[in-house]
Design a protein around this ligand. Sequence first.
Ligand SMILES: *[C@@H]1O[C@H](CO)[C@@H](O)[C@H](O)[C@H]1NC(C)=O
Ligand SMILES: *[C@@H]1O[C@H](CO)[C@@H](O)[C@H](O)[C@H]1NC(C)=O
Ligand SMILES: *[C@@H]1O[C@H](CO)[C@@H](O)[C@H](O)[C@H]1NC(C)=O
Ligand SMILES: *[C@@H]1O[C@H](CO)[C@@H](O)[C@H](O)[C@H]1NC(C)=O
Length: 673
Amino acid sequence: FQKEIISLTSILNELLVITAATEVNDGYLRFMLTIRQFNYTVQVLGLGEEWKGGDVARTVGGGQKVRWLKKELEKHKDKQNTVIMFVDSYDVILASGPEELLKKFSRFSHRVVFSAEGFCWPDQRLASKYPVVHHGKRYLNSGGLIGYAPEIHAIVKKWKYKDDDDDQLFYTRIYLDKEQRRKFNITLDHKSHIFQNLNGAIEEVVLKFEKSRVRARNVAYDTLPVVIHGNGPTKVNTSILLHSFALLQLRPHVTYRHSHQTFALLLITRLATLIYPHTRIRLFIHNNVHRPIVIFKNNRYQYRLFACLCADMQNRYVEACKKDVSCDYFFSIDSDVALTNPDVLRILIEENKAVIAPMLSRHGKLWSNFWGALSPEGFYSRSEDYIDIVQSKRVGLWNVPYITQVYLIRGETLRSRLAPVSLYQQEGMDPDMIFCKSVREQGVFMFVSNRDEFGRLISSTNYNISRLHPDMWQIFDNPVDWREKYIHEDYSKIFEDDENFVEQPCPDVYWFPAFSERMCDELVETMEDFGGWSGGKNKDERLSGGYENVPTVDIHMNQIQYEKEWLKFLKDYIVPVTEKLYPGYYPKAQAVMNFVVRYRPDEQPSLRPHHDSSTFTVNIALNRKNIDYEVNKLSISPRKGWSFMHPGRLTHYHEGLPVTRGTRYIMVSFVDP
Ligand SMILES: *[C@@H]1O[C@H](CO)[C@@H](O)[C@H](O)[C@H]1NC(C)=O
Ligand SMILES: *[C@@H]1O[C@H](CO)[C@@H](O)[C@H](O)[C@H]1NC(C)=O
Ligand SMILES: *[C@@H]1O[C@H](CO)[C@@H](O)[C@H](O)[C@H]1NC(C)=O
Ligand SMILES: *[C@@H]1O[C@H](CO)[C@@H](O)[C@H](O)[C@H]1NC(C)=O
């Protein structure tokens, strides 16, 4: 019976949603999207008018809204069956439709219901005057109210204050007056049946994922609120809190920032291969090592884009885009970013957002380039769905409070909404934080997309820029990029079906691709740069171990602090080959003798015949015969980057033939001695 009365009420009643907004911004558009989604009838007050209600995000105010409402309700004051809901717009979304709203309103059995929160604002001295609430939020919040038109009208008719006086204080006084509370039949929505104010209540709210939609659930009171309010007009840390829920998304992490150059150059190469017509890109590259490089060509293409790989120098370059009306987009990338999707720019542009980032994370890790939520102080905070988004278990375009490392900003937005603020410069703050804070405060939404795979973040914590080729050491931190750069492009063919791919020049000696050209070159350059070549017969016996019978001019991996990395290479790349080629043998991949050997006509041109003290030996040619050096009588021509692998000890007696011109470099490793 009760149920029927309730549904009857909701049919008989008409519902009108009234909101206030002076300008159309992202928050307003988001609100209107949900209005339309549920077919609410809405009346917007104040569009195009000047806001005189004060800076409600920082202080009291908001009275202007009551003045507008008072005027508007003159039209509805006699409509006994009209239910009016007044809500803010910039920081509000609706989570369900009119029918559910009216049912829930009926269950209150009151004529007027205000939203509630846990803070007594703006006058805390009034706190004790509130009726005691044992379970639920005690204090009135004016960001949301619902009631019958005549009562709402009677309440707002009492407004006779200034536009920047406080609306919440006004309603609070009426509510706290017992007489008026009874007369207007007012109650508060203590348990968020209808209104969920997020201020101070973020912990109570979780996202409930249904098949086709997401709904916020208040787990403290087990309710499904209809109106989600990111608390603008409660005046307490408002924009931060709104964005901390920003459409109820995601998750956090700690920011890190580094500048280095080498993977960065790989990135530039990648950028240049992006399908986006790079003749329309103006690219700024700046980091600690490189001076800014500007690549700029103009042509007939539709968009012009300024791309900035600029570490902490974004400010300089964003200004360039701001000032140039022909700059359609500003694209900022850190050197920690590896984009692999050649369509990234087209995809981001087509999302048609003012500020958007492709979602990237570190290979197999939860580090990403966005945060799902902010703490009240504006730092990283956990969001429930962060992990699912990073792992692409939930896919979409997400409104988030913080993005970093790579993003695209619409030039027009830079010249309009973002024009008044300095996006990166502020004393004592990280440019990332300033950037996101400024964008949030201008009411511009930031998005991150994980609808496509875009690439990944590179780890740079152990990046040692005093090394000549620091990337070589990244086999642990950035294994994917390391492989791409340093492993031979045909390496994976070793494991494919073609039995003839791995060559066998003599019994049990195999020949297969291992290093890329880059690896060969960088290893040789590193050794030459290090320069501690041990000289032939005088070399340190400790280093030469079981090899002292046949001294060579060499540098060992441990001398350049590369032993750990080398063993990792053996384990990840040589062991699998061994297991395929010597079935039944499972290498331990231990090796203490790992060195680059150098042969020169005037130094040590050759090596006399010998056995190796290893179970098997890996010899990788680091340069090219007949180009970099000449050797007579060599029956097979070593190929740069290819490895010979042969059993050591007694079976394979071998020698190094004399180099007659140039310098020959070979990487040698005695595995499992
Ligand atoms: C809203 O109205 C449209 C057209 O009248 C209808 O197709 C749609 O199903 C309605 N949506 C809801 C959520 O009621
Ligand atoms: C509010 O009005 C309803 C009837 O509409 C009544 O049952 C209820 O007692 C009233 N509440 C107060 C606090 O006056
Ligand atoms: C609002 O922010 C300020 C500074 O960030 C902080 O000191 C204050 O405690 C915050 N207030 C609330 C209610 O979170
Ligand atoms: C960084 O590289 C330099 C030069 O190779 C080396 O001397 C130093 O020990 C390295 N630092 C670390 C922390 O590995």
